[in-house]
Design a protein around this ligand. Structure first.
Ligand code: 13P
Ligand code: ZN
Length: 270
């Protein structure tokens, strides 16, 4: 058996939590990540038959039966992950139709997966129905996206168009736009279901006055998605109170579509 701390998925997860903390997106225990693991690869590092504990999830996700996830722990600080991955992270397998998560590694202090596990698992189901290569769900609290939800309309078309207008490459990175949920109580199955529904049409879902969810094929891509949206929100927050003299026009956004071979969300450009 190889050392699990050297596994590419573990190294990448540790780097990502470190980087997200460094960006200021994950104060205290803010934010959480789940990464769907390749079963064969995991088998090189772990006896997947040895279950340490069983944790009830409180929801059903039959589509994820026997799926393995590396996931951040509830109440754990991203800044600490690198120093004690086995305390702050866990590897679980979903069974009994998603109602039970079997702990195979980690959470050595008796901890458990993130309180946002419903939103994560339900979002995985939603994204996998669209892209079978989808592996990552990431949540964090970037200041500018959060700030924007206080001063900008939450209309998804308007919110998306504003972000697209803030940096030339936004429409290339997230042509599917950004979906937006109103304020809802976090950590519940209800916000999980609402997030998953929004994930069907976009890989980015803003939680108003709370943060953002991103989904993607790997940690780097998902990080980059949130990073790009947050950069655009930062520019918006710098200019929102100033007279707008110039902008990126819809005609220019159409040029970007053609040049980069992407299709903007239907009906979002004039
Ligand atoms: P957890 O510590 O349970 O992951 O919660 C952090 C968070 O961001 C809640 O939305
Ligand atoms: Zn949060």
């Amino acid at each position: 058996m190889k050392d699990i701390l050297t596994a590419p998925f573990m190294v990448e997860m540790i780097r990502t939590t470190e980087n997200m903390y460094a960006h200021g997106w994950d104060e205290r225990n803010g934010g959480n990540i789940s990464l769907r693991l390749d079963t064969a690869e995991l088998g090189e590092y772990l006896d997947t038959g040895a279950v340490l504990r069983e944790l009830p999830t409180g929801f059903a996700a039959p589509e994820l039966e026997d799926a393995y996830f590396l996931v951040t722990g509830t109440g754990k600080y991203f800044k600490n992950v690198r120093y004690a991955p086995e305390v702050n992270l866990g590897i679980v397998r979903l069974t009994e139709g998603g109602a039970v998560a079997q702990l195979l590694w980690g959470f050595t202090d008796g901890g458990a997966f993130t309180s946002e596990f419903p939103a994560h698992m339900m979002s995985h189901v939603a994204r996998l129905s669209i892209d079978p290569h989808s592996r990552v769900v990431m949540h964090c609290h970037p200041a500018n996206l959060l700030a924007m939800t206080y001063v900008h309309t939450l209309d998804e078309r308007e919110f998306t168009r504003t972000l697209w207008q803030m940096c030339t490459e936004c429409i290339v990175v997230f042509p599917d736009g950004v979906n937006v949920l109103p304020w809802m109580l976090c950590g519940t199955n209800e916000i999980g279901e609402a997030t998953a529904e929004k994930m069907r049409t976009s890989r980015l879902v803003v939680w108003s006055q709370h943060g953002i969810y991103g989904a993607g094929r790997d940690l780097d891509e998902t990080f980059g998605l949130i990073e790009t949206a947050e950069k655009a929100a930062e520019i918006y927050m710098k200019i929102a109170h100033l007279p707008r003299v110039n902008t990126i026009t819809d005609a220019q956004l159409h040029l970007l579509e053609k040049r980069f071979g992407v299709q903007a969300r239907a009906g979002y450009l004039d």
